[in-house]
Design a protein around this ligand. Sequence first.
Ligand code: 6PG
Length: 458
Amino acid sequence: PSADIAIIGLGVMGCNLALNFADHGYNVVAYDAFPQVAEKASQELGERVTVCSSLGLLVAALKKPAQILMMVKAGQVVDDALASLTPLLSAGDIVIDGGNSFYRDTERRQAEMEARGLAFIGLGVSGGETGARFGPALMGGGAPEALSRVEKAFSAIAAKAKDGTGCYVAHGSGGAGHFVKTVHNGIEYALMQLLAEAYLMLKGPAGLSHQAIADRWRQWNQGPSASYLLEISADIAATIDPDSGNPLVEMIRDVAGHKGTGRWTTEAGLDYGVAVPTIAAAFMARAISGLPRLDLTKQTIESGSTDHALADALELAFPAAMFAAYLQGLELIEVASNENYWDIDLAKVAKGWRSGCIIRSVMLDPIADSVGQGSVLESAYGRDLLQLAEQPLRAVVQQAAASGTPVPAFYSVLGWLDGRRSSCLGANFIQGQRDYFGAHTFERIDRSGHFHFNWQSN
Ligand code: 6PG
């Protein structure tokens, strides 16, 4: 046997990863359970990748211990694929799940595989089709020994940041890799929603044409918001539908789909008690988009002319909103890592997201520099960014409220930031209420201990 690595699942991601490995000198064999998919893939992959007609032939072609990357749909399909594959494997072989799997499923599968002497890695893969082909961001999690054995191959195909650092990161044991990927996607939801809301504000209250929005966004992309999602959003805003002659986005039904990771990030925020309001707002906004629109009174104010000041305010507010989305995600990873003993290095998370993945942006460099050293919000970068953005963000939110433009993610950013920097949140009042009706006790600012007050005697 001479093959270095096998890929199971030959959709676009699987095929592109196979070619990426082949480009880097790896001898790749591949398999798909659906013969038509395998046939199509075999034509596309040509001679560079051998598509096997059975799992048995695939495993027989691999050098031992085997390394097998599964690129199949998350959920039951992964369990089904493992059930067919594992009887063919022998001790020491490693299976890697490159799908968007739920991290607790990954941990269950790790335990099942380890009981058979096999290793199982949960690998987050980001960057879509192009990333898979030419350099994705990869987020690994599993037993340290297994992670160190796949390090070389995954580092070879991963994207490289500008400073040359590779964007394959072994994040920790268990479900660490899939958890980091899930939160990556939660941040992706937040950034996408913020851009969608910026589009609503620029088109509505600011009165810009689609082309003007695209032009402005290309301008923004020279500054602190520079990012992959902003870049593609400018292209999307400028695209005209050849059939109708209208901007193509105007012809797309206003309902957003989702496949799980945004919900899991929101749920993880609840599970670990970490505030991720912008990620949650983005997920909820997709849910609202699926509801019937109600014919209720809504008193909106339309601006008659172009409001350049509002468009300028959005440009200044936007980096702060992006920053908030990243920090919410990183804070969630920090708490989850501590609770699960994953030992995730947050600076490596931010560094690993700088290239190849969907949420890559220039902002991840300064975030990575400050993330290990106290509060990122209070870093020099954070302070400057928030100071510049504060009044513009308030102006954006005010005008959104006045004009009836639904911008829940922007609202959440302002609420979160004001919460983080206010000397009083009203939590003292909550504690008073809790103590009043339930004798839950409260702490005092002038002496230590837990106190109950007989409020009704007063
Ligand atoms: C990536 C993307 C990718 C995919 C998500 C989107 O990092 O390359 O996140 O994994 O686009 O599955 O998820 P939704 O379908 O839930 O938007």
